[in-house]
Design a protein around this ligand. Sequence first.
Ligand code: UDP
Ligand code: MG
Length: 314
Amino acid sequence: MKKLEVIVPCYNEEESIVLFEKRMEEIFCLLPEYQCSILYVNDGSKDDTCQIIKKSSAEKDYVNYISFARNFGKEAAMFAGLSHSAGDFVVVMDADLQHPPELIPQMLDGIKEGYDCCMARRTNRKGEKIIRQKLSRMFYRLMNRITSVEMLQGSTDYCLMTRQMADAVLSLHERERFTKGIFNWVGFQKKYIEYENKERIAGESKWSFGTLFRYAISGITAFSVTPLHLASAIGIIVMLAAFLYALYIFVTTLFLDTARTGFASIIIILLFLGGMIILLLGVIGEYLSKIYIEVKQRPVYIIKDTSLKAKDGE
Ligand code: UDP
Ligand code: MG
């Protein structure tokens, strides 16, 4: 019997877990030909999430958990889940039921058709703030233009993949992980399954505008060096403009005898160039910080407690 393992990153999800598990059990009943299991990754929750998943894991054989020593972020939680998964097919999904579990049978059908991975894709962003929708659309357009990975609008990290693809995802060892990009980077045959966006079942989103912005920058710098090339291009354009302007001043002073008073223009140019230099240094800094983080070789997560060994040893 093939194993189907569902990895669920959880951070302060005490209100969602029970509802989530109930829905998953209904889905598992529809899949008698698979040995289904859930692997919760508690990402340093401050509420009762850890107790709830521990209790569930003690009661049910098909529920396991990994608990982090602190909050390491959803990316780290997904990585830990994949690293410890043993399923022939692995699903990664959120605990808040925004990722509809009823897509799993359709995803398995996709695998039977010969795909390596079935990814869920939102057709709308109902229930989200307009500004977040607009910025997200801009981000996808930018990602597709300047990086080599192709990301469809509305793609999520809810997907079902084969063991082979999960191992390929794990073979990328970067510390700052941008999973959506990694899923696309590794290739393989993907099928997109569309669904209407759902609101959270309980609790609230952990993403603020600031964290999303950092996430977007991290995604771009992880998959593209175009901003660095752009910095050189801007430098050349500014130098060319300065040269042409100098030529213009030289000619007009020589032949037209006009007096040059340029205090305002000098200040404007100084400020403009100063701002641009700082901005471009910032771009270089982004890449430097990436190198710094990678060079330190710190672990992506630290596990405090898990049910995996205990159950294996039984
Ligand atoms: N999550 C996590 N660590 C974090 C933040 C979120 O494991 O630091 C989990 C969270 O419990 C949920 C999933 O990642 O299962 C998606 O989070 P959320 O619903 O807040 O994101 P959104 O749906 O708003 O994008
Ligand atoms: Mg959510």
